[in-house]
Design a protein around this ligand. Structure first.
Ligand code: NOJ
Length: 545
């Protein structure tokens, strides 16, 4: 029988992100599926994770990797069906693994029935009111209602057959919903109830800081830069205070379940605005993305930890830690992108990527050492940790995917200035050799490089020094060591960090390149071999004293 969960099971959970189309393909169509996930249930259980988060698996025309949802209450037939979804929930639950699904409330796909109906309906109709339609400017409305750009560029408005325009912050296949319309509210509550009733335990909310907008006057490129968001709740498009009214409605629904459903906001907002999303009257938790843009440096990491623990204190929620996800260069690669372009800002990362991806000379051993050290550090921090599929194999990003095989709209619509996110979405290598390295019997929807097999589960499974076994040991050990969400810093040499968690659990991180003497205590685990009581550079160790 399944163990009854406490209502705060999520506070220090390790959540493993599955990008379903690239995880495991059971039916051989080159696209990962639910049966593939089911076939790896034992693998997931052995990792010791508490939950999986599934990126969108809904019907979609894949203009943006599934973040263009055509039906929020169904499964893409290429990925499975609702019966298989139920089976997956049952099997994962029976192994003590909870399930998060992605909710994409800012925009739907242009294939969604509502948008199709809007296209067939006239101006001002009820169907058009569910999205953001406006007349154009110019004598015959031939100019967009404003000069708005979209994230994947270039334009933020697209014209339809009768001359009106609709707004989209992402691709033109992702029309933005009109959250001033009560019908939109009702429909999302229906979706959340639908999945909660099927046993889904939590939700990851896509662009949670968009949704409500001030469109009077319409934001215009001349006076408004999409990438520079106001930090006081008055930005016309993002992080408006009013968005939290929606999450209060959602919270009322989540709390009708036992245990209450949980949610984590994807909100790239100014750090001090993050706590509002994590409030317990709202979504309950928010991603802290600070380490995705942090340099590998003791002071930088310490500052990020302090700031986020403080935020967590102000909201009563727990904080979150993320090193990789489906939107960024995998951290085993990111951590050695050259200085000045090492991911401190995305602009730098993009510039390096565009100029060097096909001909780079990165020290991937160093990248992996730092990646393992960073992961071991975040696994020792209070709060929950979100891992991304494949990072447990130490996978580097696949930088050299031929341009004509890329799928990411950010790449081919970004006018060659934005990096492609396909490199972190390449289907996983399960086996050393063979068709798509064991991803499935029918090839892989993105090309896998020849070296992929060396990182496979098959190669790492029985190697006690592999990255995979480091992750397995660390995650399982963390469960044993876990106590209250407190942390105190210990004195340590320059270029290192040391902190203690309740129960005398110590984490020591060496950011420099020279070995450092470990603090006193019994060594539990280390991301690199410890010799003579010294921890090599670019590594982390846990001790107990
Ligand atoms: C954030 C998602 O993580 C990303 O993959 C997607 O492209 C955008 N939101 C738009 O939905």
């Amino acid at each position: 029988m399944e163990k009854k969960l406490s209502s705060d099971w999520w506070r220090q959970a390790v959540v493993y992100q599955i990008y379903p189309r690239s995880f495991a393909d059971a039916n051989g169509d080159g696209i990962g599926d639910l049966k593939g996930i089911i076939s790896k249930a034992d693998y997931l259980a052995a990792l010791g994770i508490d939950a999986v988060w599934l990126s969108p698996f809904y019907p979609s025309a894949l203009a943006d990797g599934g973040y263009d949802v055509a039906d929020y209450r169904d499964v893409d037939p290429r990925i499975g069906n609702l019966a298989e979804f139920d089976e997956m929930v049952e099997i994962l639950h029976s192994k003590g693994i909870r399930i998060f699904v992605d909710v994409v409330p800012n925009h739907s796909s242009d294939q969604h029935v509502w948008f199709q109906e809007a296209l067939k309906s006239e101006k001002g109709s009820k169907a058009r009111e569910r999205y953001i339609f406006r007349d154009g400017r110019g004598e015959n409305g031939e100019l967009p209602p404003s000069n708005l750009s979209s994230h994947f560029g270039p334009e933020g408005w697209t014209q339809v057959a009768d001359g009106q325009w609709y707004m989209h912050l992402f691709t033109k296949e992702q029309p933005d919903f009109n959250w001033d319309n009560p019908e939109v509210h009702e429909d999302f509550l229906k979706t959340l109830k639908f999945w909660s009733d099927r046993g889904v335990d939590g939700y990851r909310i896509d662009v949670a800081h968009a949704l409500t907008k001030n469109l009077d006057p319409l934001p215009d490129r001349d006076s408004y830069d999409l990438n520079v968001m106001k930090d006081d709740g008055t930005d016309p498009l993002f992080d408006r205070d009013s968005v939290h009214e929606i999450y209060k409605e959602w919270r009322a629904l989540f709390n009708q379940y036992d245990p209450p459903r949980v949610a984590v906001a994807e909100a790239w907002v100014h750090p001090h605005r993050r706590p509002a999303y994590a409030s317990i009257e709202g979504l309950g938790q928010a991603f802290n993305f600070d380490l995705l843009t942090a340099r590998w440096d003791a002071e930088v990491f310490q500052e990020v930890v302090d700031r986020n623990l403080e935020f967590a204190n102000t909201t009563g929620s727990s904080t979150t830690w993320v090193m990789s996800n489906h939107d960024v260069i995998r951290h085993a690669t990111r951590m050695v992108i050259p200085a000045g372009a090492d991911g401190v800002t995305f602009a730098d990362e993009n510039k390096w990527y565009v100029e060097n991806r096909l001909n780079h000379n990165l020290d991937l051993d160093l990248g992996l050492a730092r990646a393992k050290a960073a992961t071991l550090m975040i696994l020792a921090l209070p709060g929950s940790t979100y891992l991304y599929q494949g990072e447990e194999l130490g996978l580097p990003d696949v930088l050299d995917i031929p341009s004509d095989q890329m799928q990411d709209p950010q790449w081919f619509r970004g006018e060659g200035k934005l990096k492609s996110r396909d490199g972190c979405r390449v289907p996983l290598p399960w086996e050393k050799q063979g068709s798509s390295f064991g991803f499935g019997p029918g090839g892989s929807h993105l090309p896998q490089p020849g070296w992929y097999g060396e990182y496979s589960v098959e190669v790492q499974d029985n190697d006690e020094n592999s990255t995979l076994n480091l992750y397995r040991r660390a995650i399982n050990l963390r469960k044993e060591l876990e106590g209250p969400e407190d942390l105190s810093w210990l004195e340590s040499p320059a270029g290192t960090l040391a902190f203690e968690r309740p129960g005398n659990w110590i984490c020591f991180v060496n950011f420099g390149s020279e070995s450092q003497v470990l603090p006193e205590g019994k060594l539990l685990i280390a991301s690199a071999p410890v010799e003579g009581g010294k921890l090599p550079g670019n590594s982390t160790a846990w001790l107990i004293r």
